[in-house]
Write a protein that binds this ligand. Sequence first.
Ligand code: SAH
Length: 245
Amino acid sequence: MRIPRIYDPKLVPELGSNLTLDDFGANHVAKVLRLKPGALIRVFDGHGHEFEATLTAVGKKTTVELTRELTRSVESPLKLELLQVVSRGDRMDFTIQKAVELGISRIVPLTSERCGVKLDPERAAKKIESFQKIAIAACEQCGRNVVPEVTPLQTLDAFLAAHQGNADGFINLTLDPRAQSKLTDLPNSGHYRILIGPEGGFSAQEVAATEQAGFVGVSLGPRILRTETAALVTLSILGAHFGDL
Ligand code: SAH
């Protein structure tokens, strides 16, 4: 059986320390998997620490003892940041799950002129919380022990205003079907920030604003891809060409 991996940010990363699983982890271990004391699981804190752990109690409190430190790292050698205008329905969920599997470092959900999703601040916060949960579940599944941050929802304009120029070493890219360059033409900087538009694309004004902010247009070929396909393809090409895919 595959050893279950549980995310828990409160774990004290020391051999022999004890951890009481939160309700979600406890439910998964006790009710879904029906594990008994003595069973082995893995726990990770989302910041790179991962341990093999033995279940010591199941019930009101479900506890584990950390019995072996696991030092493997499956992080991408690239720093990859996805600026994704929020897409409709479950497309954004799909994008987040796949981006995590492909090694994304940070996800920045954005709204833009033609963004089809309109949320008041309360619903926006709930949505971000649910995106973060999807990122955690993807880490549990794919073996990553670093959970990528999903940042609060912001407008494209606000993001660009705060990121003028390339001061932080990232190559800033706008995925645009009309651009001339391809991803494989880029220099190997190791740091790529990838901006992907909504179903309706970017307005001419927005394209101009991204250029002004130092973003370079790149194309994924002559066919128009769905927004969720564009993210997956971009991360695959960058990973295969410059990273560890
Ligand atoms: N009707 C829009 C297309 C939107 S597709 C237009 O003509 O611009 C949604 C997003 O996916 C786009 O904003 C872009 O960021 C990305 N995308 C889709 N196909 C692409 C391609 N062939 N090259 C680069 N980016 C693409």
